[in-house]
Ligand binder design. Structure first.
Ligand code: GLC
Length: 745
């Protein structure tokens, strides 16, 4: 180890013992190291570049302290050699951190985050993150750019796939659990990695669902909708944050002092690392916020952006900006403090190298694959099940026809942001069905469409023949993975290609049609649902999507997923979400466009808030999901009909499984503040609990509701509850349940 480091490691302990330093050991170490650093060395720590193997330029940058972190370097021997150069050949021996987008798995791929949110099971999200960390750290990755905690209410936006959906509370819970999974209880553990709450902030508010687009977010909506998951990430101890590409009301996040200095640093006291997004500092030039890279570096540094990912703005301009006084060196020092703190917390000064293991000892282990299957099972949402078409039974079903472009699409079923997935490890639905049920059931597989955008109907006749011969036909439909994710936005969100026509053609065969949807977003599938007897949604379910779907279809386990995002009937309804305002003319007397008499006068229709061609409700609401069981909810019981500020009430509900199979149910608590100095949403999710209830049994689910739970931002600076009338529901989704009134006194 570099002699400097050895001394510096020992120094604070010696100093603290002598002078009783008020600083913690870590903070003392940081100050000691910082005091040794030149301005160029400080700026080098603030520079992040993408891996280029052991190219001489990379080795030179590392040796001369011109780079502090590297992303996308995946060869563990290269990582160790670069680390050796950093620790043993650079002047101060400061170790590197290697970063990667490990978004929902490294090798063993878990369902996309939107699907994981559909499980409403934070423990599963945490487990998935632990598996991802174990696999990724084995090649030297100690920092992942995940979880994405952008509230997303626009299914046209490709990155909704990476989000945990439309509700700030559910996004907060899932994001915090994922952070805990990545970071564990001790970040110095070499099998853990720093998390990164992204994209700060309001990226999901992108206009028209087009990526990187502008956003217009009033302060109170920022506070109420988009910031809570990031505050939850601070409270969960996320080691890092990442800027968003977008501007908020004309100010790009990478240069937004109000967002990053006032809120993140001052209000929230965040001392973790804030990294720009890829090139987002430089992109403030095309944004029209900076005239050149020099100004971009200045605005980013003065907006607390500690690390510049791939703009080279800091290494090219920050030294001159400091020397000219445009950027105070204290700003640089604070950035370097945050970076050194992350490296110390990762234990990299004491343990900079990665133990080289054989991939098969770490990747795709039986326990990891089982965890991925369980996550895929609990992420599946049963949207329709007429005449109990599902679950299938090998007693009742002797021949099935399997069709569709997603039945055997190993690279597509894992979804977006899976750079390191290996398709050969994916177990697809057709293979899982054959493996598990092929002995008892004859399976005819006619792909019919070879990929989701395929418009060819040449094999329709084969599919129809197979369906007519079968007891049931299962179509695996949806989107190729490339149709969602970053910069993968769609103005129409229907099933691509000829999939809808195929479902319609199959529906005419009189054979029961089971449609399985594997996609990266909500889709407008009203017709397809009508033409199917049962519909099971899994979004993109990961490596083990196949076995999960097979077991769900044949009833080894009941679906338990609930929608984390609203499914619109038509894309023209977007944005449509459950926590909407009531308006002064809530929808009533709805007259749909086909019901309007020819020559009807203007005054013949209800003057309320709805679309003539869509009505006012979604296809499926937030929180919705059926089960093979059936749950009966009692009316909520309150310990009191009033809450005194600062106190709590207990709210309980008896949930009875009146079905004939054991199953899990997500019991949801919603609240409505009926009158406010600002109008409030018609409902807001406040808590939930996922419970397993055996057939015939009853579970009493209990929630504690405090006056703090009723608070809302009614000005830029105050979040307070207001006395008055409230309603609450304990229900199976956001559109059902019996309300109970209570009062805040
Ligand atoms: C991308 C994404 C961000 C990702 C980063 C590094 O553009 O916006 O989410 O972490 O670049 O790959």
């Amino acid at each position: 180890m570099n002699k400097y480091i050895a001394t510096i490691c020992a120094l604070p302990i010696f100093l603290a013992s002598c002078v009783g330093s008020s600083l913690s050991t870590t903070e003392q170490r940081i100050e000691d190291l910082l005091s040794e650093m030149t301005l160029d060395e400080k700026i080098g720590q603030m520079n992040q570049v993408t891996g280029m193997g052991l190219h001489e330029d990379m080795k030179s940058m590392v040796r001369t302290g011109k780079v502090g972190t590297i992303l996308n370097e995946l060869d563990v021997n290269t990582v160790n050699e670069l680390q050796r150069i950093a620790v043993e050949e650079s002047r101060l021996g400061i170790p590197l951190v290697i970063a990667r987008d490990v978004i929902h798995g490294f090798k063993t791929i878990f369902p996309i985050p939107l699907a994981q949110a559909a499980s409403w099971n934070p423990e599963l999200a945490k487990l998935g993150a632990e598996v991802a960390a174990k696999e990724a750290t084995s090649v030297g990755i100690r920092w992942t750019f995940s979880p994405m905690v952008d509230v997303s209410r626009d299914p046209r936006w490709g990155r909704i796939a990476e989000s945990y959906g439309e509700d700030p509370y559910l996004v907060s819970v899932m994001g915090a659990a994922t952070i805990k999974g990545y970071q564990g209880d001790d970040l110095t553990n070499p099998a853990t990695m720093a998390a990164c709450a992204k994209h700060f902030a309001a990226y999901g508010a992108t206009e028209s669902g087009k990526d990187y687009n502008t956003t217009w977010v009033p302060e109170l909506q920022l506070r109420e909708t988009y910031l809570p998951p990031f505050l939850a990430a601070v409270e969960a101890g996320s080691a890092t944050f990442m800027c968003s590409f977008n501007d908020i009301n004309g100010v790009p996040s990478s240069g937004n002092q109000y967002l990053n200095n006032t809120i993140l640093r001052d209000e929230w006291g965040y001392d973790g690392v804030l990294v720009s997004d890829w090139g987002s500092i430089e992109q403030m030039i095309p944004h029209g916020f900076c005239a050149d890279l020099n100004e971009a570096a200045c605005k980013a540094a003065n907006a607390s952006v500690d690390i510049d990912m791939m703009s080279y703005a800091y290494v090219l301009h920050l030294s001159e900006l400091v020397n000219s006084g445009k950027v105070d060196e204290k700003v640089v020092d604070d950035a370097v403090r945050n970076i050194l703190r992350m490296k110390i917390n990762l234990g990299l000064f004491e343990n900079p190298y990665t133990e080289v293991t054989e991939g098969e000892d770490v990747f795709y282990t039986e326990s990891s694959m089982e965890a991925a299957k369980q996550a895929a099972i609990e992420s599946a949402v049963l949207l329709k099940n007429d005449n109990k078409t599902l679950p299938l039974s090998t007693k009742r079903v002797k021949r099935i026809a399997v069709v569709g472009p997603l039945a055997d699409a190993p690279a597509d079923q894992v979804g977006t942001w899976c750079f390191d997935a290996e398709a050969e490890h994916s177990i697809t639905p057709i293979n899982a069905l054959r493996d598990k049920y092929g002995k008892d059931v004859k399976i005819d597989y006619i792909p019919t469409l070879t990929y989701s955008r395929d418009n060819s109907k040449k094999d329709f006749s084969k599919a129809i023949v197979a369906a007519k011969r079968a007891d049931v036909v299962i179509i695996f439909a949806g989107e190729e993975s490339v149709l969602s994710g970053e910069a993968r936005c769609r103005a129409e969100i229907s099933l691509p290609g000829a999939q809808s026509e195929l479902i319609e053609a199959l529906s005419k065969t009189k054979t029961p049609v089971v449609t399985v949807i594997m996609a990266g977003r909500p889709l407008t599938i009203e017709e397809e649902v009508k033409n199917s007897d049962a519909v099971l949604l899994q979004f993109h379910g990961g490596t083990m999507a196949g076995p999960a779907l097979a077991e769900l279809l044949f009833g080894e386990v009941s679906p338990s997923g609930k929608l984390p995002v609203t499914f619109p009937k038509m894309v023209g309804q977007v944005p449509i979400y459950y926590a909407h305002k009531n308006t002064g003319r809530p929808a009533s007397n709805i007259t749909l466009i086909d019901d309007i008499a020819v020559g009807a006068p203007q005054t013949s229709l209800g003057f309320t808030s709805y679309h003539l061609d869509a009505g006012d409700s979604p296809l499926f609401p937030f929180g919705y999901g059926l089960s093979y069981a059936e749950f009966d909810y009692s009316a909520p019981k309150l310990s009191s009909n009033s809450i005194v500020e600062g106190e709590t009430i207990t709210v309980t509900c008896d949930v009875r499984n009146i079905g004939n199979c054991d199953a899990k149910e997500v019991v949801q608590l919603y609240v409505c503040d009926e009158v406010g100095s600002l109008i409030r949403p018609v409902k807001e999710l406040k808590q939930f609990e996922k419970v397993e209830i055996k057939a015939g049994e009853t579970k009493t689910v209990s929630f504690t509701l405090s006056s703090d739970d009723l608070a809302y931002w009614n000005s830029n600076t105050t979040k307070l509850p207001e006395k008055g009338a409230f309603k609450l529901w304990i229900a199976s989704d956001s559109n059902s349940g019996v309300s109970q009134s209570f009062e805040l006194k």
